[in-house]
Design a protein around this ligand. Structure first.
Ligand code: SF4
Length: 480
């Protein structure tokens, strides 16, 4: 399910653009989620400037990550929990399997966690004979469908309620209905059985705090809290960057995270989980584990140009405002993380050449940066990745993507930097384009390797004179 297919991005994106069901499912995404987040930032008592402060706090924690993580681990252990540092996906999954084997775990309930998707946890648990049930409603739907999530926050956003009705009829045997309430009740009934019988709960971690040694989980369904408290073992997967140094920083980030994610001041369920249950407590796990996962993050941390990406809170605000995501949805990106965040993170984690189309497929419009609760400058990093592809970079093992392109753009740069030459080029292009096919004044097909520009749209003809020349003529006429 987590097979990586970023190499197919051009094809999968094209298929997604032609998928009218997907188009309907994603319609008004910006209105539904994005605009609310922008208003929520404006309504912050501290003003929208809080986002800049939050970014400083994130960069500070990331700059001291070694010390911050040691402090966190010490405090979790003081609270009776266990901490494991996993260098890669394999180590993270092996640790989880080892805990499951030792505690004779037969069934697992899971809260939504993109990190467990990243390390491809579920197939390994299932191969070990453990039943795994996703308990977030959207995740439950995509699990039944045998798919990956297509949005960080709303994993089944690509599905219509009719799709879900058919899926539930086939997989959990209820009569077909497309009524959302009836479908939710059916899922709740099926999941309740799983919660009651599960041996282990697995969750992600929205944020953690070094000062207190707790992790925080957020949900609107209450499912993560049940995963964390009902089974006898709770194991949380945490990306090594998802940490705040001090409690006051943590709480500020939490307020921004929930605004960016769902325009809420606070989600319905906020759980601070700091260790196993005390003997006198009625519920809570006997064992609590945190698996802190690197899996390529240290390499990002070591590069000052990309370190900023580790500030990401995985809130999905940038997806909601991205014009590219709005057309193609999440599956086209071919890996766990999609939208603008995926266009930077996936190349850095999986290879810049391998995932090159992701970073060249974004528009650089800047909507992601404006939407981000911690002001991450994604367009700057997309340009940084493109520069590596143009010039190569042995540190990241990047080969030049296309020498022809480099030659073309160096010639182009010389042309536009030389005024008389550029004017001559425009005159020649204006004369030459008369031979090209047109419709309603627009060129319908460019020749040779430029034909991609007119594959799905017509383009305006080149003006015979540059803007500068036209301006000078207009000014000269005006003056007299
Ligand atoms: S880059 Fe910013 S907006 Fe996008 S998921 Fe990360 S924190 Fe949210």
């Amino acid at each position: 399910m987590s097979a990586i297919s970023t190499e197919d991005y051009r094809k999968t994106a094209q298929e997604a653009i032609e998928d009218h069901v997907l188009k309907n499912a994603l319609a008004n995404l910006q209105q539904r989620f994005g605009r609310g987040a922008a208003e929520a930032y404006l309504n912050l008592p501290e003003g929208p400037g809080l986002r800049l402060k939050a970014r400083d706090v994130r960069m500070e924690a990331i700059g001291n990550l070694d010390a911050v993580l040691v402090e966190f681990a010490e405090n979790v252990r003081k609270n009776g929990g266990h901490v494991f540092f996993a260098r890669d996906a394999g180590e993270a999954v092996s640790y989880c399997l080892e805990v499951a084997r030792r505690r004779n775990i037969k069934s697992v309930v899971k809260g939504k966690s993109m990190l467990t998707e990243e390390v491809n946890l579920n197939p390994s648990l299932q191969e070990a004979g453990i039943e795994v049930t996703e308990t977030d409603l959207g995740e439950y739907i995509v699990q039944l469908a045998g798919e990956r999530p297509s949005h960080i926050l709303a994993p089944a956003i690509h599905k219509t309620r009719g799709d879900i009705g058919k899926l539930f009829a086939e997989k959990i045997g209820i009569p077909y209905t497309d009524d959302p309430t009836a479908l939710t009740i059916a899922a709740r009934k099926a999941l309740r059985e799983k919660f009651l019988s599960a041996d282990m709960g697995i969750s992600g971690c929205n944020l953690a705090c070094a000062e207190t040694g707790h992790i925080t989980t957020l949900s609107n369904e209450g499912n993560i809290r049940m995963c964390a408290t009902m089974p006898r073992v709770h194991l949380a997967f945490m990306g090594m960057e998802r940490i705040a140094q001090r409690l006051r920083d943590h709480d500020m980030l939490l307020r921004l995270l929930t605004r960016g994610a769902s325009a809420q001041e606070m989600p319905t369920y906020v759980s601070y989980v700091g260790g196993p249950a005390y003997p006198w407590q009625a519920d809570g796990p006997e064992e609590f584990h945190v698996v802190i996962v690197d899996n390529g993050r240290t390499k990002i941390l070591a590069d000052e140009d990309f370190r900023e990406m580790l500030c990401c809170l995985r809130c999905s605000a940038c997806l909601n405002m991205c014009p590219v995501y709005a057309q193609i949805g999440g599956h086209a990106y071919g890996h766990t993380y999609c939208g603008p965040v995926g266009a930077v993170v996936t190349p850095l984690m999986k290879g810049i050449n391998r995932a090159k189309d992701l970073c060249t497929g974004e528009t650089l419009c800047g909507a992601c940066r404006d939407a981000c609760p911690v002001n991450i400058d994604i367009p700057r990093m997309l340009l940084g990745l493109r520069a590596k592809l143009a010039q190569g970079d042995p540190r990241w093992g990047v080969r030049r993507a296309d020498r022809k392109e480099k030659v073309f753009y160096s010639l182009w740069s010389r042309l536009v930097g030389n005024r008389p030459l550029y004017d001559a080029f425009l005159r020649a292009a204006a004369a030459g384009q008369r031979l090209l096919p047109r419709q309603a004044g627009m060129i319908t097909r460019l020749p040779g390797s430029m034909h991609g520009w007119t594959k799905s749209r017509n383009i305006r003809p080149v003006a015979g004179q540059s803007f500068n020349r036209q301006w000078r003529r207009t000014e000269a006429k005006r003056k007299g």
